[in-house]
Design a protein around this ligand. Sequence first.
Ligand code: WQD
Length: 338
Amino acid sequence: MKILVTGGLGFIGSHTVVELQNKGYDVVIVDDLSNASIEVLDGIESITGKLPDFVKLDLREVAGVQKLFSDYKDIEGVIHFAASKAVGESVEKPLMYYENNIVPLINILKELDKKEKSNFIFSSSCTVYGQAAVMPITEVAPIQVALSPYGNTKQIGEEIITDVTKVSNISAVLLRYFNPIGAHESALIGELPLGVPQNLVPFITQTAIGLRKELSVFGDDYDTPDGTCVRDYIHVVDLAKAHVAALDRLIKEENSDKVETFNIGTGKGSSVLEVIKAFEKVSNTKLPYKMVDRREGDITEAYASTTKANEVLGWKAELSLEDALASAWKWEEKVRNS
Ligand code: WQD
């Protein structure tokens, strides 16, 4: 049973490949290497002892996607991570985001549509909720007008999948991630942001290792206990396991609808200052930071209701914020000292 993982050399993709292999799945990774390095393949093999098949491919190329599916006729499921994902960049380059995040999706769905039956797991995001009115955020919270082309591509992707599954043999699960952080405990794979990190945790670890001078905290005047934004930080390994749970569910035909949606978070909100404090504790370092103005487009708070994921999907986050931060730090030290 072959599982195709697009963007499988990326941060979440590579951790998911490890968990798929641990569960006995055979994996084919497709990646265009635009935002990942081929060395990640060695990291995966070092962890699991199994080298996944790898195909370098730009999924925008229809012929390339058709050849992929004719070369691998036994693909039973697809986990689709491949996409551009920088919120700020998407505002500057909307056409690149619509092309990168929608065309590959359509090309893959067209191939799956030719099969007797197939399973599709989509990498979505809590971004679709914007600033939800009620915490914790459930899967029936209203979808708000996207604040960025990136967020819009996730909403459009979900709508395309929903419409296609109604008239095809494709069953799908939409996983709406909260904030993925951390790295595999082996420190053989982790997050490798290109250039200046946009996200909080890689910026923290790069500051602590001395690559960055200090962390800028984007705003301390939000309506939260300590004035800084609150997010649901989930260990990337827990997130990876949620994908395996979703795939198992579809393969065993336990799904109750052609498309099911799950929020994947810990259910716990942490402020930026709480993350800094937790990081200083696990790394035994003092993190230099300063308060600056708010970042355009940031929401005040977001954390997941985990009831549906726990009770229906049968998945629950097991690792803590400290576990995730300690693994992120161990990975940063490994990358900088190797
Ligand atoms: C977290 C908090 C910042 C950097 C984004 C995407 C989301 C998903 C995860 C793809 C915020 C603060 C950050 C810094 C800071 N990506 N911060 N200084 O914005 O919640 O979510 O990444 O799917 O779709 O929107 O994550 O890590 O960028 O920010 O103070 O240098 O940390 O203001 O409150 P975010 P983030």
